[in-house]
Design a binder for this molecule. Structure first.
Ligand code: PLP
Length: 399
């Protein structure tokens, strides 16, 4: 057989999907499985979103659409950004993709040549690493351990940007940690960024509407509007609107970057399907009661998860204030065993937890932090308490 391209050897299949597949298999075998593994919202968008899609379907001629995204969609996105204080964008600053994941890939293609520096904090969302590997960037991981609430410090950012990476990618609220940076923390990081004009800044802020405790969402652009010529803001309909399978991501940034992504679209996908775009317009500009209600629900679920984790001796978990993940440090279990099975690391722990208790979580090493595991609490509410109870039992049974 002829050889595959080297870049494929550098990409790994998603560890999250591997856990999800194993959980699915056990479920198919009749096991009672509670999944805290993949980050899918367990709600549907409002009826107005379906109505807009149906209407578009009736009207749609089935022709190709705009490479950048339909005008109505770009306008809805611009208005949506203005609601969170990101103003002054035109259609020429924006582009769309088949999910934010696709936009991240397009941005890597657009901004990074082979060997260029690509810096991002760890724990990181899994695809950052793989996308960086595929484009053969020089990946610079910036460790943010649980002892520091998984947050990047200005000194750390300063040291990283002094190496002049081409791209710094920042994710707030964070997947996998759920941490949210305060206004002051963002301002302090923005003060560092202004000193390094050769670095593009991508803010993957797709959970910007899922922030708890009234802390609010803050972007470097709020603190330092002059960064507009190199900050690229990413958003997505997947999590906020319960539309992961519709595949719609949005970006805003300098015109040159939006144009580069549009050019890549013209060669990769041509366009985000316009029926999806019409649904996106309805989601972004229609009633916001579903996302608001879900955000309140997630905050209550966060409290429930944190209350149980606090009762497990040795498990340490910085308190998340956004998204729908918690990322406890579970290294207290390493070196022990469960039901005779040794637990040497996060992978053994997740595997034993799934096999013994039927609870699926994702090992922290998938996100670059092997001391932790990720609990995604989007499951139906009635499953949450029993799932947490099983985790508590599992830890109590460690020997
Ligand atoms: N960025 C982060 C931080 C995510 O958590 C995810 C999905 O889990 C994505 C991007 C990708 O989102 P999308 O479904 O829009 O591709």
């Amino acid at each position: 057989m002829p050889q595959l391209a080297r870049r494929i050897g550098r990409a790994k299949p998603s560890a999250i999907m591997q856990v999800a597949e194993k959980a699915k298999r056990l479920k198919a075998e009749g096991r009672d499985i509670i999944s805290f593994s993949i980050g899918v919202p367990n709600f549907l968008p409002g009826e107005h979103v379906y109505a807009a899609a149906r209407e578009a379907l009736d009207k749609d001629s089935g022709q190709y659409g705009s490479n950048r995204g339909a005008d109505a969609l770009l306008d809805a996105f611009i208005a949506h950004m203005a609601e969170i204080g990101l103003t002054g964008y035109t259609r020429a600053n924006c582009a769309t993709g088949v999910g934010a994941k696709h936009l991240i890939y397009n941005l890597a293609e657009a901004l990074l040549d082979e060997g260029d520096g690509f810096a991002f904090p760890t724990p990181y969302w899994t695809s950052y690493l793989d996308v960086g590997e595929i484009v053969n960037a020089d990946i610079q991981l910036l460790p943010c351990p649980p002892e520091r609430d998984y947050k990047l410090t200005p000194a750390q950012l300063d040291a990283a940007l002094a190496k002049k990476p081409r791209v710094f990618l920042f994710n707030n609220p964070s997947n996998p940690t759920g941490m949210v940076y305060t206004r002051d923390e963002i301002a302090a990081l923005a003060d560092v960024i202004v000193k390094y004009p050769e670095t593009w800044i991508i803010t993957d802020d797709i959970y910007n509407r899922m922030v708890f405790d009234g802390v609010g969402y803050h972007n470097f652009l709020h603190a330092r509007p002059e960064l507009r010529d190199r900050v690229i803001f990413l958003d997505s309909l997947s999590k906020t609107y319960g539309m992961p399978g519709w595949r719609l991501g949005l970006m805003a940034g300098p015109e040159e970057v939006a144009q580069a992504v549009t050019t890549l679209n013209s060669n990769h996908i041509t366009n985000v399907p316009e029926i999806v775009g019409a649904a996106g317009v309805a989601a972004l500009s229609g009633p916001q009661d579903v996302p608001q209600q879900k955000c309140a629900e997630f905050q209550a679920k966060r409290d429930q998860v944190m209350a149980v984790l606090a009762e497990i001796p040795g498990v340490v978990c910085p308190r998340p204030q956004g998204a729908f993940y918690v990322f406890p440090d579970v290294s207290v279990a390493f070196g022990k065993s469960h039901g005779g099975k040794p637990i040497a690391n996060d992978i053994d722990l997740c595997s034993a937890l799934l096999e013994a208790k039927g609870v699926a979580c994702v090992p922290g090493s998938a996100f670059g932090e092997p001391r932790a595991l990720r609990i995604s609490y989007t499951c139906p509410t009635p499953q949450l308490a029993p799932g947490l109870q099983r985790i508590r039992e599992f830890f109590a049974e460690l020997a």
